[in-house]
Design a protein around this ligand. Structure first.
Ligand code: HEM
Length: 472
């Protein structure tokens, strides 16, 4: 039998209780710490925290095991997307058509990268002019992520949330969504009855409502479709060649207007929370007094390599970001998959077909302490070791972007965005926690549907210019 609390063998209530409280990831992590690398979550659901299980579930047979119906929650405009597709074949057909838009060589193309650089510049400009040098980095980083991803999706129709309050309001609509409980109810009770009852009793926050975000995407799709219909009038508005939208509109793909919009919307959502949250946690961590030495070392590396083209090959910057992704993976929670027909043995445990199985990045990055010693300590040095075998062991367990055929498509874009931002910030500023006189913000994890965010959704940091400081 799979180890775990006796109650979990007969009831899914303990798991659901923690899900509704936004605490699924920590609950599963604690179960692993108590029961080991395989634990029973609920009658038909088991979690793993080992490399053989990760490989089997996510990397075997092409794309690994099929996704569960949980992913239907990610349909956009009521239309399936690549991410929400359960069936492997349909998924891989779509992925093959879109993958080159996110290849590293494509992300690094000048037009694509210049837009991200401009947004990183907007961020440091906002920090430089912030009253009392203090910026709510939660807001500014989510604006940055929004601007960066929409540049890649549909430039010149991308957002400018760092400079334009109307666009910032769109980012807020998406990032401050509070519909976790309602969406879980939809998933567990598709009939909709419990949600209706809870509504009547005033127990639920409003349904997810992102009308302005939906409109931004539809406007971009429609503007370019109309101009295509007018035989691509010279100078008429159209999506830049490097964008996802330009690819989606290729007539050879045969996609409908709503399919294009749904795919763009999905990638937009995938690119705001994830990148914004990792950067927010990481900059908060770096701003703690204990990390002052880390900031100084990062600054020294950036100052000695000031050529902007070199940002990608800087070992310490890379190690700092990797450690941020290890400790604060913005999709920390278990990624559910079904055991295929006939059942399977996963890391020595036989499970019948249909069992929901998963690994979670949060635990994969902490559980095996011989691989990740002092797992709750922020230590970029662990990624700079001289032992290639040890590095390989850590990298095999690195799961922030998932792995295999359904792993993150946008990871090169995300890495470029995060490195460019960190480079620009830490070359110019030292950051410290702002002394606002308020109670410090709660930065602990609050699980949403698949992603997690800092609980209070605010993070005020003070940006002290390096040059001024050095010349004092
Ligand atoms: C730090 C930033 C990011 C992190 C940590 C992250 C993480 C992940 C993870 C863990 C998955 C797999 C989820 C699952 O199986 O349920 C995923 C999928 C995906 N991500 Fe990201 N992501 C990030 C940024 C981005 C960005 C900027 C984009 C750009 C559009 C993006 C686009 C996607 C897409 C399209 C998928 C679905 C791939 C598929 O179904 O084949 N992500 N991401």
């Amino acid at each position: 039998a799979v180890p775990g609390p006796a109650l979990n063998l007969v009831s899914s209530l303990p798991l659901k209780y923690h899900e509704f409280r936004g605490n699924r990831t920590q609950y599963i992590h604690q179960l692993h710490r108590t029961y080991g690398s395989v634990v029973r979550l609920a009658p038909g659901e088991v979690a793993f925290a080992s490399l053989p299980a990760l490989k089997e579930i996510y990397m075997s047979h092409g794309s690994g095991y099929d996704k569960t119906a949980f992913y239907h929650l990610f349909r956009q405009y009521g239309t399936p997307t690549m991410f929400s597709t359960l069936d492997k074949q349909t998924h891989s057909q779509r992925r093959r058509l879109l993958a080159d838009r996110y290849a590293n060589s494509h992300v690094l193309k000048q037009d694509a990268l210049d837009g991200i650089r401009a947004r990183a510049h907007n961020f440091t400009a906002a920090a430089a002019r912030a009253p009392n040098q203090t910026l709510d980095t939660y807001i500014a980083l989510h604006s940055y992520a929004f601007d960066g991803v929409t540049h890649h999706l549909f430039h010149p129709f991308g957002s400018n949330a760092l400079q334009d309050a109307r666009d910032e309001a769109v980012m807020r609509e998406v990032s401050f969504d509070n519909s976790l409980a309602r969406r879980l109810l939809e998933y567990y009770f598709p009939s909709g009855l419990p949600a209706k009852v809870a509504d009547k009793l005033g127990l639920l926050p409003p349904a997810r409502s992102i009308p302005r975000a939906k409109q931004i995407v539809l406007d971009a799709v429609d503007t370019t479709l109309n101009s295509a219909a007018e035989q691509q009038k010279e100078g008429g508005p159209r999506a830049a060649e490097f964008t996802l939208l330009a690819r989606l509109q290729d007539p050879a793909l045969g996609l409908t207007r709503m399919q294009m919009a749904a795919e763009c919307m999905d990638h937009m959502a995938a690119g705001i929370e994830t990148t914004g949250d990792v950067l927010c946690w990481l900059m908060w961590q770096l701003s703690l007094p204990s990390c002052r030495g880390i900031q100084d070392r990062l600054y020294a590396e950036l100052r000695d390599n000031s050529d902007p083209a070199k940002y990608d090959g800087l070992p310490y910057l890379h190690a700092v970001l990797k450690e941020g992704l290890r400790m604060f993976p913005s999709i920390p929670m278990s990624l559910p998959r079904h055991v295929p027909a006939g059942g399977r043995v996963i890391d020595g445990t036989w499970l019948p077909e249909g069992t929901i199985v998963s690994c979670q990045p949060y635990t994969m990055h902490r559980f095996e302490e011989d691989i990740f010693p002092l797992p709750d300590t922020f230590s970029p040095d662990r990624w700079l070791g001289a032992d290639p075998e040890k590095d390989a062991e850590m990298n095999r367990r690195f799961f922030a972007f998932s792995n295999g055929g359904r792993g993150c498509l946008g990871k090169h874009l995300a890495m470029a965005e995060m490195k460019l931002l960190l480079r620009d910030v830490y070359m110019q500023f030292e950051t410290v926690l702002a002394d606002t006189g308020d109670k410090p913000a709660d930065m602990s994890m609050s699980d949403q549907i698949i992603s997690a965010r800092p609980k209070d959704q605010t993070c005020k940091l003070k940006f002290i210019p390096r040059i001024k400081k050095e010349s004092v």
